[in-house]
Design a binder for this molecule. Structure first.
Ligand SMILES: [Ca+2]
Ligand SMILES: [Ca+2]
Length: 203
């Protein structure tokens, strides 16, 4: 009889301690499982725009008072964009292979890159111009591909995360792999990125 109660107590204590341990570990487990995202970068620090410079292999020439230089991808304004300036003809009609290079003042441990894909000045300009579908992202730590899913139209100016090889780097180089064409009847073969954010694990 005593042996049975001993077993029951042992089982009850095991369950109780297991539940306590799970409760105690839950926040830690949640933290580990929650990857930083553009909606919730967690503990990452936004690299200040004053610490960034931008350059591109091509820039669309100014049109109707608007300009499209690389620096407009890091000006914190979703209504201005870097627009590639490659010829609007095959084989790289949409600027495939053109690059936007974001340079950092000092090496940072980059953990997340967020972009506003497309020319998001207005919903009409978003639909009129091309946007990136696939990007190659190269840092001092390596290269990785990313596909930017189509955004719901009401979120056309929203940030999306792109894959980046985690680690210290002094630059983030975005190379246009493939693009999605503009959707209106007079669409341009010009691919745009309106904004890029770089998030780092070190302050
Ligand atoms: Ca901008
Ligand atoms: Ca073009």
């Amino acid at each position: 009889m005593g042996g049975v109660w001993h077993e029951v107590w042992k089982a009850a204590l095991t369950i109780a301690f297991g539940a306590l341990a799970a409760l105690w570990l839950a926040p830690w487990i949640q933290d580990v499982l929650t990857q930083p995202s553009c909606d919730d970068p967690g503990d990452l620090h936004l690299v200040s725009r004053s610490e960034l410079t931008a350059a591109a292999t091509s820039e669309n020439p100014p049109e109707q008072g608007a300009t499209y230089e690389a620096a407009l991808a890091i000006d914190g304004d979703s209504s201005t964009a870097w627009v590639e300036g490659a010829a609007d003809s095959e084989p790289n009609k949409y600027g495939e292979g053109e690059t936007l290079t974001i340079s950092l003042q000092r090496a940072r441990k980059v953990g997340l890159v967020c972009v506003i894909n497309g020319y998001t000045n207005t919903q009409a300009s978003y639909l009129h111009n091309a946007r990136v579908r696939q990007l190659l992202v190269t840092t001092d730590s390596g290269s990785t591909d990313s596909v930017l899913p189509e955004k719901a139209l009401e979120f056309f100016a929203g940030y999306q995360s792109i894959n980046v090889t985690e680690g210290r780097t002094t630059s983030v180089v975005l190379t246009i792999g493939t693009a999605r064409a503009g959707q209106d009847s007079t669409q341009e073969a010009d691919t745009a990125i309106s904004e890029v954010e770089v998030w780092a694990a070190d302050g």
